[in-house]
Design a protein around this ligand. Sequence first.
Ligand SMILES: Cc1ncc(COP(=O)(O)O)c(C=O)c1O
Length: 389
Amino acid sequence: MIYANYAATSPALSPVVVQELHGYLGETHLNAGRNFEGLEAGAIALRARRAVAKLLGVADPLRVIFTSGATQSLNMAINGLVREGDHVLSTSVEHNAAARPLEALRKNGVIELEWLQCDPDGSLDPEKIRGAIRKNTRLLVMTHASNVLGTILPVTECFRIAHEYGVLTILDMAQTGGVLPFTMEDYGAGNSPTKVGVANSDVVAFAGHKGLRGLAGTGGFVIGEAAAGQMRPWISGGTGSVSQSLDMPEFMPDKFEPGTQNTIGILSLAASVEEILRTGVETIRERERASTARFIAGLGQIKKIAVCGTLDPDRCVSVVSVAIPGHDAGEVSRFLFENHSIITRSGLHCSPLAHRTAGTFPGGTIRFSFGSRTSNGDIDAILEALDGV
Ligand SMILES: Cc1ncc(COP(=O)(O)O)c(C=O)c1O
């Protein structure tokens, strides 16, 4: 079996993570903050917050919030930050995890929404943001890399421009967490041109089950101090703190973490992110870049295949979509699976916007995505199979 669907989910937990989860299930299963024994769950969450904070270059681990995934995080951040009458900018390559909550707000008459048009290969000129900002623009929501085209968006520059105008930013890191080196403080968030306290104005949403290699149903977001003050809790409930009040606590992380946490999922994240830190994201990036470069170079030799997205492996994550004129994407995926045991994902990949941008709507593409266990042999076998379509 050749797994080429890492953009959807990581195929298996690493042995280190499995061992930790096994120990946890055998020993303890308690609820954070609800009684003194529950401290165990709180300690697991803190360990995971510290690991994620280190991975994403954030000083205060208490600004790491755990959710069921990037989808929940984006919904919480978008709905928690916008106010009636706001103008919101986003891009034409967003995943439905961001696009649908934004579109729902637009349809309900809460916001004015504008999609910044990316080029067919998924790249975006940051100056388009300057041109689109209005007096009432409050928010810019952007994916770090398209889950269809793999193209990395110039978020550093885009966010710098947004913050020149006091526009808050939400970054969807579902495809880049754990596979692209990243420091929250680095991308120019905040209103200060000197970047002092720059981490304090943004939200970064991450998925736990992709590049971070945790269990499905995990993820979260990191929030800057200023944005945390402005963001309303979109989900409310018990936190085990300030229980005399009917309002959510104002302090972090409780403000955004009501209800019982997914402790085993959070433990999987703690263990997997610690392992990623030991390996080094730079090393992971270099390995995945090499796989992508080998694949793109090989595709260039197969005349009938059209590669969507950038052909420059320095400008994309390990996600490559292809179309074969005259062939249905779903049929090709099935052919690869049934005849070569190659697992891909075809169709629209929950991102009709990206496919419209690339000109592959509604037929979609066949998407190949690589990760920790992808070998050169896998890439070569996929190329050989594609040659035979
Ligand atoms: C770019 C992007 N954003 C958001 C999501 C949703 O992530 P999650 O599964 O953690 O909700 C995905 C998952 O495919 C994605 O690729």
